[in-house]
Design a protein around this ligand. Structure first.
Ligand code: XIL
Length: 376
C-alpha cells in the first residue's frame, strides 16, 4: 500500500513538473510577434540609442518580440526638418535601416501634426504668418522630401496626426487656420504623390470615443468621396485601467472597418497612475503639477494593481482579437516600462508601469496572459 502511495505521488510530482515546464516553454519561449502572427503585426516605438546599442539589451529584444517599428520621435517635423533649409535624416535613417535588416514593417510617424512642429513652419523669414499658398508649398516640400526619402522603405505613413477635437470638429491648429479645411486632403495627396505604394493613415487619440469617432468617420468619408487614397485609421490607444469602455472600442473598430479602413492600435499602453481630471487624452502640450499622491508606486507595483493591469490587457486584446480581420497591427508605445513616455507625461518624473515588460526586460503577468489569449 505504502509502495503504491509513493509511486503515485512520484507520478504526480513528475506530472506537475511536466506541466510547469510546458507552461514555462509556451510562455517565455514564445515571442510576442510569433504568438500573434496569425492575427496582426506587433509593433513598438523605438529611439536612436536603442538601435545604436547604447542600451545593449534593446536591439536583440526588439528583434525577438516585434515585427513592426515606429520611430518614437525621429521622424517628427522638429527632428527631421529642424530648419527651413535643413533636413536631418541620420537618426531616422538608422532606425529605418535597423527595420529593413530585420524584415520589419516600418511605420512613418508622422508627416503632419500640430505638436513637435517648429514655429517657423507657419511663418515667413520676417516672422509674419504665411499665406495659404506659401504654407501649402512648404507642406508639399516637406512631405515629398520626407516620404520621398523613405519611398519603398516606410510601408505606412501616419499622414495626419490628431486633427480632430474631442467634439468631432476639426482641431483649431495653425494648419486649419492658415490653409483651411482642405489641408488634410492636400496632405494625403502629397503623401500619395511621394510614394503611391505606401499605406496612408489618419491617426488620433480618443478617436474610439463616440463624438471624436463621428468626426473621424466624417473625415474619412469626405476623403473617399473626393477620391483621395486613405488606407487606415490609427487609434493611438493611450489607455487606462478603467477607460475606454470595451464596448465603445468594439463599436469604433466596427465603424472604421465598415468604411473599408484597416484599423491599427498605434501607440498602445495602459496607464496605472492617477490621472489629473483636466487631462482627458494625449495632447502632449498638457502638463500637470507633480504631487507625491499622484506617484504612489515608486517602490514597485502592488500585486492588486498588477492583477488589474493583466485583466485590462486581456480584455482589450479580447476586443482586438475579435476584430482580427480589420485590425492589422498593434504597436506598443515603448519597449518596456522604463522607456514609456508615461513616466513623464502629463506629469514629469513619475514611475509608471504601462507596458508588457518591466524595467529589467522581464515579461509581466500581462504578457503571459496575452500569449494565452493569442493561442485561444
Ligand atoms: C510622444 C513621445 O513618446 C515623447 O517622447 C515626446 O516627448 C512627445 O511625444 N501622441 C503621438 C506621439 O502621436 O507622437 C506622442 O509621442 C504621444 C502622443
Amino acid at each position: 500500500m505504502k509502495k503504491i502511495t509513493i509511486l503515485f505521488s512520484l507520478k504526480i510530482t513528475a506530472l506537475t513538473a511536466l506541466i510547469m515546464m510546458a507552461v514555462a516553454c509556451t510562455s517565455s519561449d514564445t515571442s510576442l510577434k510569433d504568438a500573434f502572427s496569425d492575427h496582426f503585426l506587433i509593433g513598438t516605438a523605438i529611439n536612436g540609442p536603442q538601435v545604436h546599442g547604447v542600451d545593449p539589451e534593446a536591439r536583440p529584444f526588439i528583434i525577438r518580440h516585434f515585427n513592426s517599428i515606429t520611430a518614437e520621435n525621429a521622424m517628427k517635423w522638429e527632428k527631421i526638418h529642424p530648419d527651413p533649409d535643413r533636413f536631418h535624416f541620420a537618426l531616422a535613417d538608422s532606425i529605418v535601416d535597423f527595420g529593413l535588416q530585420n524584415d520589419m514593417f516600418i511605420v512613418g510617424h508622422c508627416l503632419l501634426w500640430h505638436s513637435q512642429t517648429p514655429d517657423w513652419v507657419f511663418q515667413d523669414s520676417l516672422g509674419n504668418p504665411l499665406t495659404r499658398d506659401a504654407l501649402l508649398e512648404r507642406m508639399r516640400d516637406h512631405i515629398l522630401t520626407v516620404a520621398g526619402h523613405y519611398k519603398g522603405k516606410v510601408k505606412g505613413w501616419d499622414v495626419v496626426n490628431e486633427a480632430v477635437d474631442e467634439d468631432g470638429s476639426l482641431r483649431k491648429s495653425k494648419w486649419l487656420e492658415i490653409i483651411g479645411e482642405d489641408y488634410i486632403q492636400k496632405a494625403f495627396e502629397f503623401a500619395y504623390e511621394a510614394d503611391p505604394d505606401a499605406e496612408l493613415y489618419y491617426n488620433d487619440y480618443n478617436n474610439e470615443l463616440p463624438q471624436k469617432q463621428a468626426g473621424v468617420v466624417a473625415l474619412v468619408k469626405d476623403l473617399q468621396q473626393k477620391g483621395v487614397k486613405i488606407d487606415g485609421v490609427g487609434i493611438q490607444g493611450h489607455w487606462h485601467l478603467d477607460s475606454p469602455d470595451l464596448k465603445v472600442l468594439d463599436e469604433s473598430i466596427s465603424a472604421y472597418a465598415a468604411l473599408g479602413m484597416k484599423v491599427m492600435i498605434t501607440e498602445m499602453e495602459v496607464n496605472v497612475l492617477p490621472t489629473p481630471p483636466e487631462v482627458y487624452g494625449a495632447d502632449i502640450s498638457q502638463q500637470a503639477q507633480y504631487l507625491e499622491t499622484l506617484n504612489p508606486y515608486k517602490g514597485g507595483l502592488p500585486d492588486s494593481v498588477q492583477k488589474q493591469l493583466t485583466r485590462r490587457y486581456a480584455d482589450l486584446f479580447g476586443v482586438l482579437l475579435k476584430h482580427r480581420d480589420a485590425v492589422t497591427r498593434v504597436t506598443f508605445w515603448g519597449i518596456h516600462d522604463g522607456y514609456s513616455w508615461k513616466n513623464n507625461w502629463p506629469i514629469y518624473g513619475r514611475t509608471n508601469y504601462p507596458l508588457l515588460f518591466d524595467r529589467g526586460y522581464q515579461p509581466k503577468p500581462a504578457y503571459f496572459e496575452l500569449i494565452r489569449e493569442a493561442k485561444k
